[in-house]
Write a protein that binds this ligand. Sequence first.
Ligand SMILES: *[C@@H]1O[C@H](CO)[C@@H](O)[C@H](O)[C@H]1NC(C)=O
Length: 457
Amino acid sequence: MLFRKALSGVLIASALGSSSAATLDPNDKAALGAAAHQATANLVGLYNAEEKAGLTAEGSFDQSKFSWFASGIVWGQVLSNSLVFGDKSQDATASKAIGVATFGIGDLLGGPMRSFSEKYRGKWNDDLGWWAFAMMTAVDAYGKDAQIAGGAKFLDAATLTFNQMHEQYDMTCGGGIYWSRNREAEKDADYKSTISNTQFVQLGARLAVATGNQTFLDLASQTYNWLKTSGLVTADWKVVDGVHTTTCGVVNPRAWGYNAGVMLGAAAYMYKATQQQSYLDDAKNILNVAVASFTQNNVVYEPGCPYGQCGRETPMGKPQLIKGMAQLYTVSNDPAVKAQIQTVIDTTLASAVKNCDADWWCSSEWTGTMAPTKEAYDQAGTAELLVAAAMVHGATPPAGTTAGGLGSAAPTSSGPAGSSGSSGSTAASPKVNSASASNAGILGTFIGALMGGLVGW
Ligand SMILES: *[C@@H]1O[C@H](CO)[C@@H](O)[C@H](O)[C@H]1NC(C)=O
């Protein structure tokens, strides 16, 4: 649930010492690989330190500072480094975190604690979708039988997530998947968000490519068509935010870059699964409107949110537009589309890199000048941007980074929830009300994982 429930952003602007800034020629494959590796290693290093301090839970960075869904995005980016240019150095950490997030049973909703996850732990359909993308990237990098550390197969977990999302499809407003999984929620229970639907299409197309199973494609295609007929992808190719089912036909016109980005990726994978040119034609139209809406002088930005002022999660948005563009680049057969995407990615990268230091600590600000920090929200976006650049230019993994893997597939001795690293966490008191606390009691073995973290929204 990007942005809607976000805390207000904190502005950390200051002059950047020019002597320590990073430099990068994206055509230098060794330099690009080294930069993507180091930016990602810094990011995962933050997770490792938080895990040591007992601040991680549910496979996520410290949730008092970093939302659970955003960690799903990070693990997807980490595994993309592996898939795109063979840097496997952080894959075992990603695999272990996904093992924790899926409770050692390959289920993001935690099996018997499903209803609790949906109602009290903020597991909305779009939150699940980001994690499922990470699982599919592991499948693409390691194959269909690849196992999550400590648990099930990545492919089975992604399939289960797809099916769980599809349970939330109904014919109100002609189709579509709800945003929240809780139809009794006080707020937005009736909202069909664009993001949960674009994710579902992309996930289905990726599963179809990986397995050849037509069911995935049929369901993805049904939802793809609904995105257009519902008006969430407008007649003039804007990708808007969603629709309340109490007012079908009256869409929420707010446009975010990540909605367009995941739609671009969805169209790219639909093309990959079907070879139908119409998906690339749609994508070209969506790309043109997105570039007009979300770039300034070819640098991707979030209109109306200068310096990330639309909440703490805002920095996770624009990298997803970049990622969708890179996904389209890899399947496009149109030189003009490819050139347009390369221009945006290269220009954005050149601007963003000015806010990174020589050790590849970066800032979430890509347009103006802002000092880097050692915070995950500042690091994650530029790490994603670097791997997107590697999708366009190619990159060489630094020496010693290609030998890693997904880590041990053997179950951990402490049981399904035991590897969460959350025991003894005193970082934040969990926001559970009495109803949820009593549910948790019933749910026995999962309590450690539940109480370890904080869902701030
Ligand atoms: C294809 O996927 C669907 C949805 O997960 C599943 O129900 C079906 O059994 C699969 N078919 C085959 C042949 O594997």
